[in-house]
Design a protein around this ligand. Structure first.
Ligand code: HEC
Ligand SMILES: [Cu+2]
Length: 339
């Protein structure tokens, strides 16, 4: 390969890499910009271990370079340098040395593990039950009875205690900026405790391969001020307008389409249906994303989703139900009206 071709190739790879970074800047999946106490502990641990590693690397490199100069055969020197078959002092040194290195890494690690996993939830913590499904996340707030999907709202500067359960296979709850991964294992309740300290929206992702749409099992955490969180909770607690009270004609027709369709056997809408194996749609219109956070919640996307869920999300456990035309439009208008 010519030099020019090589540098062109290298530059285009670099450009692709940099633009990839740029497009992610808005919602960074990074552990290097922690926004919670747990995230910060892990970040500091990473920096601490990296510094120790850098020191060790420097020592090894210096020793190596010195050895090359001191022990190499000189020009005109006939015999190779003599080698020792065994050297007790050296052997002790290279046993104790690595043991110390492991100690230096493991002490702060174990300390962080214990610090980040209190057995008893901190006083005043907000309890939330997280249920992982193939391939979406359900969030239940036992105190306020709110149920939502794929968008977890939490208040800033308040301890959060998540109880993580799975309804099918092993998943893993991971929000890089808020802290470490926690596996979600069927038949077991795992806990995660943290306190977010900067309001904002943080992307999350299932981090344990769980089937066809594992990569599409995303979610968002909205860290809000206490006032915003209280307001959101109030809206989620509101009972939807009764079907016979709906004023908009299209929305009212859509409500009928929903109530008369198999949608009701999987989805719950407060006062309308009791399905529980799929996302609760009582306040679907208030969510910004849908289907495991893979796309924006827009009328267009909802219509495409209902028409053919598997086309948008491989393996999605929702069947296409053959709705089209006016029926579909009305249904979408109804779903989006559920604020
Ligand atoms: C067999 C059960 C089942 C039926 C029937 C069903 N769905 Fe679903 N639906 C699901 C599942 C499961 C998901 C979650 C898919 C995912 O994200 O992987 C879902 C997701 C959705 C979502 C996105 C929700 C969100 O917040 O991400 C909407 C909207 C929706 N369904 C509407 C409907 C409508 C309207 C009907 C009736 C025409 C219907 N569904 C019928 C199982 C079902
Ligand atoms: Cu998963």
């Amino acid at each position: 390969m010519s030099r020019r071709a090589f540098s062109l190739g290298a530059m285009s790879i670099l450009a692709a890499f940099l633009s990839g970074c740029a497009s992610n800047r808005e919602l960074p999946m990074t552990t290097l910009a922690p926004k919670s106490d747990l995230g910060q502990w892990i970040y500091h641990l990473f920096i601490e271990v990296t510094l120790w590693d850098a020191l060790i690397l420097a020592i090894v490199l210096i020793a190596f370079i010195l050895a090359v100069f001191i022990f190499s055969t000189r020009v005109g020197e006939a015999a190779p340098p003599k080698s020792a078959a065994s050297d007790l002092k050296l052997e002790i040194a290279w046993t104790v040395g690595p043991a110390l290195v492991i100690l230096m890494i493991s002490v702060p690690t174990v300390r962080t593990v214990f610090r980040s996993q209190p057995r008893v939830a901190p006083a005043d913590s907000l309890h939330i039950r997280v249920i992982a499904h193939q391939w979406w996340w359900e969030f239940q707030y036992p105190d306020s009875k709110v149920i939502t999907a794929n968008e977890l709202h939490i208040p800033v500067n308040r301890p959060i205690r998540l109880d993580l359960v799975s309804s099918d296979v092993i998943h893993s709850f991971w929000v890089p900026q808020l802290g470490g991964k926690r596996d979600v294992v069927p038949g077991q309740i795992n806990e995660l405790t943290f306190e977010a300290n900067v309001p904002g929206m943080y992307p999350g992702q299932c981090a344990e391969f769980c089937g066809d749409s594992h990569a599409n099992m995303r979610f968002r955490v909205m860290v809000e001020t206490p006032e915003q969180f209280a307001e959101w909770t109030k809206l989620q607690q509101a009972v939807p307008v009764a079907v016979d009270q709906i004023t908009d004609a299209s929305v009212a027709d859509g409500a009928k389409v929903f109530a008369d369709s198999p949608c009701t056997s999987c989805h719950r809408i407060d006062g309308v249906s009791k399905g529980y194996i799929a996302p609760d749609l009582t306040h679907f219109g208030s969510r910004t994303t849908m289907a495991g956070g893979i796309m924006a919640n827009t009328p267009d996307n909802v219509a495409k989703w209902i028409t053919d869920p598997q086309a948008l999300k491989p393996g999605a456990l929702m069947p296409p139900l053959g709705l089209r035309g006016q029926q579909l439009n009305d249904l979408v208008a109804y779903l989006e009206s559920l604020k």
